[in-house]
Design a protein around this ligand. Structure first.
Ligand code: PNS
Length: 167
């Protein structure tokens, strides 16, 4: 049977434990999972694409069927280049749903053969986002359990803020 390949696209600025939870779940159900960082985003990132690639690769080496890449242009074109049949996206709460549904419909309009698969991360990550992790780091708050240790080190270095003593 043909292997089922899925793309898990995103900004990953930075990688959080919620992303890793989803990668672990995706690695279980797809034969191959390509985690793909968007290069041509309108957002001004905190970390360069190369730094984000490094953070993801450092933390995904335990899954032999997961690979990490970057892409630019349309997701459907990239998925086609990689022979992927599916796009994996996480839904944490109802508030994610509208944005995710709009993207999924648009991707279906662009390529009706590409399926979007939504998965839920563990409940512990239902309120976690890269934006909140950046904000907590910028204010010296605790990041334990929110991002992998190597990402915490980079976040504190990049923002030049040490964790507040006692936390
Ligand atoms: O983590 P994010 O920032 O929510 O990820 C958004 C992403 C990368 C999935 C989305 O912006 C994307 O797929 N961009 C590629 C350009 C594209 O294909 N746009 C049309 C699809 S709706």
């Amino acid at each position: 049977m043909k292997p089922v390949i899925a793309i898990y696209p995103g900004s990953f600025d930075p990688l959080t434990n919620g992303h890793l939870d989803l990668i672990q779940r995706g690695a279980k159900i797809f034969d191959e999972l390509v985690v793909a960082i968007l290069r041509n985003s309108d957002k001004v990132p905190l970390f360069t694409v190369d730094e984000r690639l490094e953070m993801l690769r450092e933390n995904c080496s335990q899954w032999s069927n997961v690979r990490v890449e970057s892409f630019s242009g349309l997701l459907v074109d990239y998925a086609h280049e990689r022979n992927a049949q599916a796009v994996l996206r996480g839904i944490r709460a109802v508030s994610d749903y509208e944005y995710e549904l709009q993207m999924a419909w648009m991707n279906r309009k662009l390529d009706s053969g590409l399926e979007t698969v939504f998965m839920m991360p563990a409940g512990a990550y239902s309120y976690l986002s890269s934006r909140l992790a950046r904000e907590i780091a910028s204010l010296g708050g605790p990041l334990t359990g929110l991002v992998p240790p190597s990402v915490e080190v980079r976040l504190r270095e990049r923002l030049g803020v040490k964790a507040t003593a006692g936390k």
